[in-house]
Design a protein around this ligand. Structure first.
Ligand code: BES
Ligand code: ZN
Ligand code: ZN
Length: 519
C-alpha cells in the first residue's frame, strides 16, 4: 500500500511564530475577524477585505505573502504564506456546519498542494457553534481526506517531483486544547481508514485480488485485537456456500470469506457488517459492454468499507457493541467453468436460486454471507454495503446512497449517521409487489427480474430472503463509491464511502425496539 502518512500534530505556540509554508485561518462571511482580537492577522484580513477580493464565501480561498511587503507590513506573522479560507454565511444547521468544516479542510489541502507547502498550520476558529472536539475532528478529517493521492503506479517525474504536505499542525485558537487534541485524533483515524478503503479500491483487479482481502484482514488481526478467520474454497465447499462458489467458477483466483470480530462484552449486542468484495466484475457469461468496464475493479468498495470501518473502530473503540465483519471475495469472470444463465445454485442454508443473469452476482455472494453471518453470530442488527445495481445511479445519481431495509428505527439510525458525516442516504421501499418479480418457476428464487424495473429494489428483495426478521439495512453504493458528488475532500476516483457512516452509526448505536418491524 502506498505510504501517505502525514504527521498531524497539535501546535501550542503563538501562531505568529510559525515560520512554515502556510498559515491558515478560517473566516465566516460578514465577520471581520479571523482570530482572537488583538492579533496582527486581523489587521491583515481587514486589508484584504478592503480590496473586496475575499468575503469569506463558502470554499473561497485567498493566499497572501506577508513577508514580501516588508517586515512592518507582515504584522509580525513569520509564515511564508497566509491562507484565508471562507466558511460562508453562518448556518444554524449543525450538520451543515460539520460539512463546511470538512470542506474547508479539503480546500486547505488543495491550496497547500497548489503552492507545494510541506508544513501547514491551521488556527481553529474560537467559536463555530460546534463543540471543540467536532471542530478539530471535521477539519483534520477534511484535510486528510482532501490531501489523498494514489500514485503507486506512476513513476515520479524527475524535473517535477511530487511535493506533499508532511506536517499538518492544528492550533486550538482559544478552544479547549484537550478537546481539540481528541478531535484531531478522531479525524485522523477516520480519514486514515477511509483512505485505506480508497487505496484498496484504486488498486486494479490484478493488484487487489480476493487473496489480498484475506491478507489485509489477517494483518489487521495481527496488529490489533480483532479476531480474524479466513474461510478458503475448501471451507466454503464444506459449508455449501453455492453463491460465492458459483460466482467464482469462471475465475482463476480462489474465493475467500473474510471474517473479522471485534468483541467487547458477551452481554453487548452484536452488529453484523457485510461488504461486497467483488474484485472485478466482467458480468460473467452475461458480459458487460466493454466501455467503462475498467471501473468494475471498484466492485469491491463495499468490502473495503467494511474492513476499513473495523480498522477504525479498534482505534476509536465502540464499547457498547460487538461487531462482526464479513467480506465474501471473488472475481466474476467467464472462464470455461463459469456459471451460465439457467443454472441453479444452492445458497448456504439450502435455498435454491435460478441464475437469469450472471451479472447479478453481488446478491449471490452476499446471500451466503448474510445467511451464514446471521445464523452464526445471531446479530441484533445487520448492515450490508455493496455496489449492487446500476439502477441506483438512474434513481439517485451520484449524490445519495440508496438505503433499503426491514426496520424503520435501524434505517433511521443509519440515515442520521450518514447525514452527520456528509454521506447522505435516501430510502427506497421494499414490498411483496417487488418480491414477486423474482419468483422463479423452477427454483426458490431467481437472481434477476424479467425486466429492469425497480432494479435496486428487486436486488434488495433478494437479500431480504436471506435476512428474515433481523433488523437489517442494505446500502447500495453503486452511485457513490466513486464519481461521488464533487467535493474538496473527495478527490476523483473512489470516495471511501461508507467507512465514516458505519463507524458513526456504531458509535451512536441505540437498541432497536423489537415492536418496530416492518415489511
Ligand atoms: N456491480 C454491478 C453494479 C454496478 C453497475 C455498480 C454500475 C456500479 C456501476 C452489479 O453486479 C450488476 O452488474 N448489476 C446488474 C444487475 C442486473 C443484471 C439485474 C445491473 O445493475 O445492471
Ligand atoms: Zn455484475
Ligand atoms: Zn457487481
Amino acid at each position: 500500500m502506498p505510504d501517505q502518512t502525514v504527521t498531524i500534530e497539535f501546535f501550542d505556540q503563538e501562531p505568529s511564530t510559525f515560520a512554515g509554508d502556510l498559515l491558515v485561518f478560517l473566516v465566516e462571511e460578514g465577520i471581520p475577524q479571523a482570530a482572537e482580537s488583538g492579533m496582527g492577522i486581523n489587521r491583515l484580513l481587514a486589508k484584504v477585505q478592503e480590496t473586496g477580493d475575499f468575503k469569506g464565501e463558502k470554499d473561497q480561498a485567498f493566499v497572501l505573502y506577508p513577508g514580501l511587503a516588508g517586515v512592518d507590513a507582515s504584522q509580525g506573522v513569520s509564515a511564508k504564506r497566509v491562507l484565508f479560507v471562507g466558511l460562508g454565511k453562518p448556518d444554524e444547521a449543525i450538520n451543515n456546519r460539520r460539512e463546511r468544516l470538512r470542506l474547508a479542510g479539503g480546500t486547505i489541502a488543495k491550496q497547500a498542494g497548489a503552492v507545494k507547502a510541506k508544513e501547514v498550520l491551521l488556527v481553529l476558529p474560537k467559536e463555530y457553534l460546534l463543540d471543540a472536539v467536532e471542530i478539530g475532528q471535521c477539519l483534520s478529517e477534511g484535510f486528510l481526506l482532501g490531501n489523498y493521492r494514489f500514485d503507486l503506479y506512476k513513476q515520479p517525474k524527475e524535473d517535477d517531483p511530487p511535493v506533499r504536505v508532511e506536517r499538518f499542525l492544528l492550533h486550538d485558537g482559544g478552544l479547549a486544547a484537550s478537546a481539540v487534541r481528541k478531535g484531531l485524533e478522531l479525524g485522523r483515524i477516520l480519514a486514515e481508514a477511509t483512505c485505506a478503503a480508497r487505496d484498496m479500491a484504486n488498486q486494479p483487479g490484478n493488484g487487489w485480488t480476493p487473496a489480498d482481502f484475506a491478507e489485509y484482514a489477517k494483518k489487521l488481526g495481527k496488529k490489533s485485537r480483532l479476531k480474524c478467520t479466513i474461510l478458503d474454497k475448501g471451507d466454503l465447499q464444506k459449508l455449501r456456500m453455492g453463491g460465492i462458489l458459483g460466482v467464482n467458477q469462471g475465475s482463476a483466483q480462489p474465493p475467500f470469506l473474510v471474517i473479522l470480530e471485534y468483541k467487547t462484552n458477551k452481554k453487548n449486542p452484536t452488529i453484523l457488517l457485510v461488504g461486497k468484495g467483488l474484485t472485478f466484475d466482467s458480468g460473467g457469461i452475461s458480459a458487460k459492454p466493454p466501455a467503462g468496464m475498467e471501473d468494475m475493479k471498484y466492485d469491491m468498495c463495499g468490502g473495503a468499507a467494511v474492513l476499513a470501518a473495523m480498522q477504525a473502530i479498534v482505534e476509536i473503540g465502540v464499547p457498547e457493541v460487538n461487531v462482526v465483519a464479513l467480506v465474501p471475495a471473488t472475481e466474476n469472470l467467464s472462464g470455461a467453468a463459469a456459471l451460465k444463465p439457467g443454472d441453479i445454485i444452492r445458497h448456504y442454508g439450502g435455498k435454491s436460486s435460478e441464475i437469469i443473469n450472471t451479472d447479478a452476482e453481488g446478491r449471490l455472494i452476499l446471500a451466503d454471507a448474510l445467511a451464514y453471518g446471521i445464523e452464526t453470530y445471531k446479530p441484533q442488527a445487520v448492515i450490508d454495503v455493496a455496489t449492487l445495481t446500476g439502477a441506483v445511479i438512474i434513481g439517485l445519481g451520484h449524490h445519495y446512497t440508496g438505503l433499503l431495509g426491514n426496520n424503520d428505527q435501524w434505517a433511521e439510525q443509519l440515515t442520521e449517521a450518514g447525514a452527520r458525516v456528509g454521506e447522505p442516504l435516501w430510502r427506497l421501499p421494499l414490498g411483496p409487489e417487488y418480491r414477486k418479480q423474482i419468483d422463479s418457476r423452477i427454483a426458490d428464487i431467481k437472481n434477476a427480474g424479467s425486466d429492469r424495473s425497480g432494479g435496486t429494489i428487486t436486488a434488495a428483495c433478494y437479500l431480504h430472503e436471506f435476512v428474515g426478521e433481523t433488523p437489517w439495512v442494505h446500502l447500495d453504493i453503486a452511485g457513490t463509491a466513486w464519481d461521488f458528488t464533487e467535493k474538496s475532500y473527495i478527490p476523483k476516483g473512489p470516495s471511501g464511502i461508507g467507512v465514516r457512516t458505519l463507524v458513526d452509526c456504531l458509535r451512536q448505536w441505540r437498541p432497536i425496539q423489537s415492536a418496530d418491524k416492518n415489511h
